[in-house]
Design a protein around this ligand. Sequence first.
Ligand code: NAP
Length: 272
Amino acid sequence: MRADGLAGRTALITGAGSGIGRAVAVALAAAGARVIVAGRTAATLEQTVKLADEATAVWGGESLVRGQSWAPAVAAGAQAHIADVTDPAAVRALLVAVEREHGGLDIAVNNAGRPSWGPVARIAPAEWDAVLGVNLTGVWLCLQHELDLMRRSGGGAVVNIVSRLGIPTREENQNAYAASKAALSILTRTAAREYVGSGIRVNAVSPGPTDTAMTVWDQETPAERDERVARTVPIGRLAAPAEIAAAVRWLVSDEASYVVGHDLVVDGGLSA
Ligand code: NAP
């Protein structure tokens, strides 16, 4: 892809204050996109805005966090918006702001997610609801508004961040998380079929174990984590968030113009 392959495009990334979402924001900004990062924590989003703006020398940077007054007619550089993806009003307000400030949306990366671990019989109902609320319902809420805005803007590209645990897996203790991600993979395909006629490509990326807060286990040292990963992942190491972001960047680019409803597994050979 050309270095400026996403120039002129507006991209929304949820859960972009850390990990994979932050790496996606930086990768899309480096490719020329104007990125809008959303999440629940202003401080981490502001950090992502800074990194995204550093990645693009040409497009400059400013930030907008709800409650502050900066609101130009035509925004430049990365922006941050506070939005909890489980809150329908917040998601609606986010997409209204995107349309008002940018006139449309070209790229959406639904990345916000949370982990869950434990045996089927032990998961508390509140935990079950919380995991499905973010990983599945939250993406669906975002999709509703994103797809509507893209359809009215003349097309676009969506990537949902699923998980290799959402594809057939026999791993124990991942039940609520794996169920949420499996359902999201299917939602990705049905949305893809519904919207391809409107010029919108909906796809997914399913990462394997990636070097973010999500793979840091309680009571485990970094050395123990490296040893666990070396033992269990065929490639012998965690993915860097930038390696997942590279797959997302390709899927939203014109180079993937015939790729629709695909769940791209990037897992170091785990599911091979
Ligand atoms: P992470 O660093 O913990 O990122 C998760 C992000 O989601 C955080 O920035 C968090 O920010 C945000 N978030 C959580 N709940 C939210 C909500 N209700 N509304 C808005 N934002 C919310 O972990 P990560 O590994 O980068 O995870 C990113 C995605 O990759 C997730 O969907 C995860 O399931 C998926 N994934 C990760 C791995 C892995 O090994 N790391 C593997 C497969 C799939 P705030 O708390 O500030 O809102």
